[in-house]
Write a protein that binds this ligand. Structure first.
Ligand code: IPD
Ligand code: CA
Ligand code: CA
Ligand code: CA
Length: 258
């Protein structure tokens, strides 16, 4: 039987994960895209490895990958790749790093987020549910913001337009929830919403490859991914919010109350 698209992509990602694992906690050459915006030789190596392997995929797909992005983002027939989501974590040996790969083809989409250090692979296909290491996962059932654990992330300092606003948001969320986590990988933050570890997540200024796969995983686990207006999130939105659906109204109110 012919291999399914998702299984083909999974094999590639697992193979590429070995490159990350072998080089984790080693001193890798770091280059600077901005003052604190890092890229290592391993980001490049993983990206090149995956792109090479994708050459054999059937269909005319555009590959959009972080380290070779040319500014062109087609909205269909596209594969979005973040070779290491959590490069700062990778450089510092914090084991929250992942390869994020999503494929969007008309009515079909699938997403894979693989953390080779913790050996966790999140997968989802449209209409077929979300999985962690092959086991079905679901968002949490928490409907009370005060009992919710919320994840977030901070944009690189160069793109923080309004630090007061960012701090006000943090303070609002901190005062009204059980706590906040900033783990350093947007793709995994989304998958942990899908797994029911986090009840909600918000961040701004992300790129399509950060969130493309995680968004599919959240939706297939029963959650929702929205913009700050509460509409379905698109890659051109500045703000992304993911929830288990039950805390959406309250979290949106909190994030808009600034
Ligand atoms: C970053 C991570 C981080 C988020 C940053 C992203 P990178 O991606 O997803 O959690 O807060 O904004 O840029 O650069 O490590 O691939
Ligand atoms: Ca980066
Ligand atoms: Ca990223
Ligand atoms: Ca990256």
């Amino acid at each position: 039987m012919e291999k399914s698209v998702i299984n083909f992509l999974k094999e590639i990602v697992i193979e590429a994960g070995k490159i990350i694992k072998e080089n984790f906690n080693k001193s890798n050459t770091v280059h600077y895209k901005g003052k604190i915006d890092l890229v290592t030789e391993i980001d490049i190596k993983v990206e090149e490895f995956i792109k090479k392997r994708l050459e054999t995929i059937e269909g005319d797909f555009n590959i959009v990958a972080e380290e070779s992005f040319d500014g062109n983002l087609p909205d269909d027939k596209v594969i979005l790749l973040d070779p290491i989501d959590g490069t700062t974590n990778f450089v510092h040996g914090f084991p929250f790093v992942a390869i994020s790969l999503a494929l969007i083809d008309k009515d079909y989409e699938c997403g894979i987020v693989y953390n080779p250090i913790l050996d966790e692979i999140f997968t989802a296909e449209s209409g077929k549910g979300a999985y962690l290491n092959g086991e079905r996962i679901f968002v949490s059932k928490t409907d009370n913001l005060e009992k919710s654990l919320i994840a977030t992330g901070f944009p690189y300092s160069s793109v923080v337009e309004n630090i007061d606003k960012l701090l006000k948001l943090l303070s609002n969320v901190l005062k009204n929830t059980r706590g906040i986590r900033r783990a350093g990988s947007a793709a995994l933050d989304l998958c942990y919403v899908a797994k029911g570890v986090f009840d909600g997540y918000y961040e701004s200024n992300l790129k399509p490859w950060d969130v493309a796969a995680g968004k599919i995983v959240v939706k297939e686990a029963g959650g929702e991914v929205l913009n700050i207006e509460g509409e379905s999130y698109t890659f051109s939105d500045k703000f992304i919010i993911a929830t288990n659906k039950f805390i959406t109204k309250d979290l949106l109110r909190l994030l808009n109350g600034v």
